[in-house]
Design a protein around this ligand. Structure first.
Ligand code: FAD
Length: 283
């Protein structure tokens, strides 16, 4: 199974993020998207992990299935808060035995009542556990260009991220809308001696309520110029604005030297195809 670090060493990557469906209709939508996207030049895919392990077996099953069905590798997202070391160890053993070699090591969000956070507090503890596992995993971590919403200040956010990134192989970012956010993140990490590849995450939004909900949850600012484009836009036009916005952002990120592009697909294919086609072949 190919390691994502090897793909990044060989050139720019283009990757797609999916989530495990909860219903039969959602399953059918994911299958349609995967079929529609099958002929694209995809470097790797990833599958999210529900908060506090709520999709543990569905994530695992989808990751193993995609790895078997596609020539590109699929990375498993894994959060550690709310888990015991034994639970994580078992899942890592299972992934290793199933031939999965790429894991995105995440802290995850603590339970609303703050109780029972398990044996872990931060993602870097999970990175350490994965590194100690004999499975030889390639390890990615999350980065937040606009600073993690729980961080008390920018400086500590960057310090913790730089420490985490030095132990990992690469990072993937939260979605954002301005190239400058990415450039600033890379400069700040480099100043702290963290120079591993950071792949920007780009979200082609399809609805205004969805965009607002996810932006509020992740601390992503919606720039005034985007607000103006969305003002009064008919529902049917919002996905088009999402495609145009994501394409412009991707072009800017490539010009800024990003080592790859990671699209949050929302388990849909139309926007992804349009963006990749507008960008042309992977350079
Ligand atoms: P951490 O790196 O642990 O950071 C969390 C906070 O703690 C930050 O404020 C950080 O500055 C601070 N911190 C870190 N280390 C220390 C330390 N040693 N001392 C003090 N403070 C510290 N969530 C899911 O539930 N499932 C998913 O599949 C998922 N996929 C994601 C994919 C990407 C690309 C991204 C960017 C996020 C994803 N998330 C997912 C969201 C993520 O779980 C949340 O952002 C979570 O709140 C923090 O995760 P983290 O890995 O960034 O945590």
């Amino acid at each position: 199974m190919t390691r994502i670090s090897d793909l990044l060493a060989a050139g720019r990557t283009r990757s797609l993020e999916f989530f495990p469906p909860r219903t039969e209709d959602a399953e059918a939508q994911l299958r349609r998207a995967l079929t529609d996207l099958a002929d694209l030049d995809t470097s790797f895919a990833s599958v999210t992990y529900g908060a506090l392990g709520s999709t543990r077996s569905r994530t695992r099953d989808l990751v193993v299935q995609l790895n078997a069905e596609h020539s590109y590798p699929t990375m498993a997202h894994l959060t550690c808060v709310g888990h015991s070391r034994q639970q994580i160890q078992r899942l890592l053993d299972d992934y290793a035995a199933s031939g999965v070699r790429n894991i995105l090591a995440l802290g995850g969000d603590p339970p609303d009542d703050g109780d029972d956070t398990g044996d872990f507090t931060y993602a870097h503890e999970l990175v350490g556990l994965i590194r100690d596992h004999p499975g030889g995993f390639c390890v990615g971590v999350a980065a937040h260009p606009e600073v993690h919403p729980r961080s008390p200040d920018r400086a500590s956010d960057r310090r913790h991220l730089a420490d985490k990134l030095r132990e990992a192989d690469f990072a993937v970012t939260q979605f954002f809308f301005r190239v400058e956010e990415y450039e600033r993140l890379i400069e700040e990490l480099a100043a702290l001696g963290a120079t591993k590849p950071v792949i920007p995450g780009v979200m082609p939004f399809v609805s205004v309520p969805g965009l607002r909900r996810m932006s509020a949850m992740n601390g992503t600012a919606i720039p005034p110029e985007l607000e103006r484009r969305l003002e009064g836009a008919a529902d049917a036009d919002v996905a088009e604005i999402g495609i145009a916005t994501a394409t412009e952002l991707c072009e800017g990120l490539l010009a800024a030297g990003a080592p790859g592009l990671h699209l949050y697909t929302l388990n849909r294919s139309t926007s992804v195809r349009r963006i990749w086609e507008a960008l042309g072949p992977t350079a």
